[in-house]
Design a protein around this ligand. Sequence first.
Ligand code: COA
Length: 330
Amino acid sequence: MNSTKAIITSVGHYVPPDVYDNHYFEEFLDTNDQWIRERTGIIERRFAKDGATSDLAVPAIKMCLDRRGLAPEDIDCIIVATVTPDMFFPSTACVLQEKIGAKNAWGFDLSGACSGYLFALATGAQFIESGTHKNVLVVGADKMSSIIDFEDRNTCILFGDGGGAVLLEPSEEEGYGLLDFDLHIDGAGEPYLHMRGGGSLNPPTQESVANKLHYVFQDGKAVFKEAVIGMADTTERIMKSNNLAPEDVRWLVPHQANLRIIKATADRIELPMENVMVNIDKYGNTTAATLPICLSEWWENGNIAKGDNLILATFGAGYTWGSGWLKWAY
Ligand code: COA
């Protein structure tokens, strides 16, 4: 049996410099700081004043490669999880390949909404484990400010812009890397969280713009209920099937959509909050970028060590959801 595993050998992240706290929204919406904090855990987020999603990814990739001492030419494949690609085509992977000069890489975009990063990580790991690739860059980046309706208080307060990247490489050292994952989709979730405009179903017209079809729509209550169940179920499942007890888990790395969803997941697996990565207070929901930003920040602060068990958990539009078990390797 092939014993090669995909390990993370470097991490990087980027958030734009402009900070928008909850009071920013009070100026033009019927909302307030207390409501946003109590219902979501968000205190502030970053919005990029200009540029595209690839501009959030480039600095994250550079940080990731610099930390590993690799050149862009060393990359074999770039996988980009995003719901805000620079354009429909070419892919943001192509845009990034050109921008960073990764001459030897192929790549593609992957659409899994807030679970996109986990789906991309699992996909990248297959290329490593099959032995066909040596350096796979897995990027998660979203410029959510480009698709949120700043007149809709239900959604615009939730999101932020950001990017993250990790490098996957092969390892023969037993028991390290992405050891298991549990991934799901359920298309019955589409009515509750979607952006229906711009694709072949609703090509852009004056009417589609007037009807705000090019913005995120979310029925928050419906999604909340499903997210609490879906994220907790998958997290519990991956721990049980790998005989992991709460005390075995150094970090739960949850998608940062709502602090109450994160707490419900931690409660279900009986994990204290000091073992849970939380930065939703600073960045809000950056969609495909939440997981790699967490990994990069926690690593940067010296809070992840070789041998740590990390459980990644996500839920998002689709619905999409899943979990992964990662044994940190460096
Ligand atoms: N400020 C003040 N009031 C607001 C508000 C805001 N920004 N947004 C909504 N409200 C209002 C609602 O209109 C509602 O008023 P009503 O009862 O008069 O209709 C009231 O607050 C309560 O809304 P409710 O939907 O019950 O709030 P909630 O506790 O469910 O929190 C979310 C709303 C969006 C924070 C929450 O539902 C959520 O996080 N959903 C899931 C997000 C998610 O996981 N997405 C998946 C991945 S992207």
